[in-house]
Design a protein around this ligand. Structure first.
Ligand code: F6P
Length: 477
């Protein structure tokens, strides 16, 4: 069986060189790569289809055919031309996706794949286009839905035009609705994602979150070869560098390893730390910032958006006189990250995920697998992942609640760490994820309809979004 993964945004290379350096190079790429490789271990032939990029600022994506350096006989990266040679952010892809679908049909002219899995709104739209051209069925995995992001950005009738010019919600929401309607099944990572996120008014009429036939909850996994408690082969040089970077070597730490993106709310955890002297006494703060060893002197080497997030954080730490309690860690690979987690775990540290909203939450699962106790946002996936004592939850918009949960995490770290590892190993492995995808795909292939889908509508949900925002305005006090 041949399965293709449609993932237009970001890109893939053997070394995951750009992971977390740009919003389009986030957890979704890890997810797609790991599920593809795990499906190959089950004997399936897989192509990960993405854009060909020939851009001096983004080297490594020029070849049409490539692989991950693993299971290369079974898993290919297929890069096809779409929208010119330069790197394009996902918001700029929409007008080019119809041409991308044609390029896919051309590429597979001899032998069409049997089924597609599609990722994010842009992948889902591509799936609907491909279905219209070639009759291939697809699953839709949203990863992060536009409606929730629109809410978090505080959109209103007044500011929507400006927000839309940057984030293209008119296209994204329309693409999500189409993906929900046309896909054979929708894959969510948690029950909560299905019942809460898909119930958003902007998806009414496109999907019914109560319809069991349309959804399959398939939790993602983590790479247990990398994220585990075995420190035996941790690179000595890296551990030395790490120890030198840690300002309070004898204390446990509050460990934060989120992208420097406002919605990840790293500032929130810093505020909680600054506001709580008890926390400052019992633990240091360790902030993972990829790309620079010393943000105090190298801030200008980060991307502008990252500087905008980190700059004010540095100012606040400085103003509170807490420079000597905050360590910055520059882990350049997943192996370095895991080794650092293990070192912090040995100190009885707590991993904090302070996101305002987190669709799933792979990072805290990886941290838990390395032995860290987890304290995560109460908004989104972590609610389910860390239920029943596998971790603690905190309100990311309430610094006092955050400080309280972090203090408790430090006290109970041993029990939490044990419960966290048990949860991870029983539920979150990629082999389990891939087997569930395969079962779902086989089910869909066996029961799929042959009927041609209706013509694709124009990709524009702006009228729907304005109606929704106007209704919200009229309810506001
Ligand atoms: O990598 C995780 C992810 O959800 C991707 O799917 C997406 O590109 C990125 O984060 C940003 O999502 P959003 O556009 O909702 O901010």
């Amino acid at each position: 069986m041949k399965i293709i993964f449609l993932n237009p945004q970001g890109n893939f290379d053997r070394d995951d060189s750009y992971l977390t350096e740009h919003p389009d190079f986030g957890g979704q790429l890890v997810y797609v790569k790991e599920v593809a490789l795990a499906l190959a271990r089950l004997g399936v032939s897989v192509d990960v289809v993405t854009r060909r990029i020939d851009d001096p600022d983004w080297p490594g994506f020029e070849q049409t055919l490539d692989d991950f350096g693993l299971l290369a006989d079974c898993v290919r990266i297929v890069r096809l031309d779409c929208g010119g040679p330069g790197f394009l952010a996902k918001e700029a892809l929409w007008p080019h996706l119809p041409r991308f679908a044609e390029a896919i049909v051309d590429f597979y002219r001899e032998q069409m794949p049997h089924f597609a899995t599609t990722h994010y709104a842009d992948g889902g739209y591509l799936g609907a286009l491909l279905q219209a051209h070639a009759g291939i069925g697809f699953t839709f995995t949203g990863h992060s839905l536009g409606a929730q992001k629109l809410d978090k950005l505080g959109a209103s009738v007044e500011n929507f035009e400006e927000i839309d010019a940057r984030f293209r919600f008119s296209q994204r929401i329309a693409a999500e609705r189409l993906s929900m309607q046309r896909s054979a099944s929708i894959v969510t990572s948690t029950e909560d994602e299905r019942r809460q996120q898909y119930a958003h008014p902007l998806y009414h009429g496109a999907i019914d979150p109560a319809d069991d036939n349309r959804f399959r909850v398939i939790p993602p996994g983590i790479n247990t070869d990398i994220f585990n408690q075995d420190a035996a082969s941790d690179p000595r040089q890296w551990l030395e560098k790490l120890r030198a970077a840690i300002r309070l070597p004898d204390r446990p730490h509050i460990v934060v390893s989120s992208r420097l993106d406002a919605k990840k709310n790293v500032a929130g955890v810093v505020t909680a730390y600054i506001g709580c002297s008890e926390l400052q006494q019992s633990a240091g703060l360790a902030l993972f910032v990829r790309g620079v060893d010393d943000p105090w002197t190298e801030l200008d080497q980060l991307k502008t958006d990252e500087q905008r997030v980190l700059g004010p954080i540095l100012e606040r730490i400085d103003a509170a006189g807490l420079r000597d309690r905050v360590s910055f860690i520059n882990a350049r690979s997943q192996r370095e990250l895991a080794a650092a987690y293990r070192l912090f775990a040995r100190q009885g540290s707590v991993f904090a995920l302070p996101s305002l909203f987190e669709p799933f939450g792979l990072a805290p699962i990886e941290a838990a697998a390395c032995g860290l106790a987890v304290v995560a946002t109460c908004n989104g996936g972590p609610v389910e992942i860390f239920a029943d004592g596998a971790g603690l939850l905190m309100d990311p918009e309430d610094p006092e609640d955050m400080a309280r949960a972090l203090r408790r995490g430090l006290v109970e770290h041993q029990t939490l760490a044990e419960a966290g590892i048990k949860r991870v190993l029983s539920t979150y492995t990629w082999d389990r994820t891939a087997q569930s995808y395969l079962d779902l795909i086989e089910h869909n292939l066996a029961t799929g309809s042959e009927a041609a889908p209706p013509a694709l509508p124009e990709l524009d949900a702006s009228a729907l979004i304005y109606r929704h925002l106007a209704a919200l305005d009229s309810k506001a006090p």
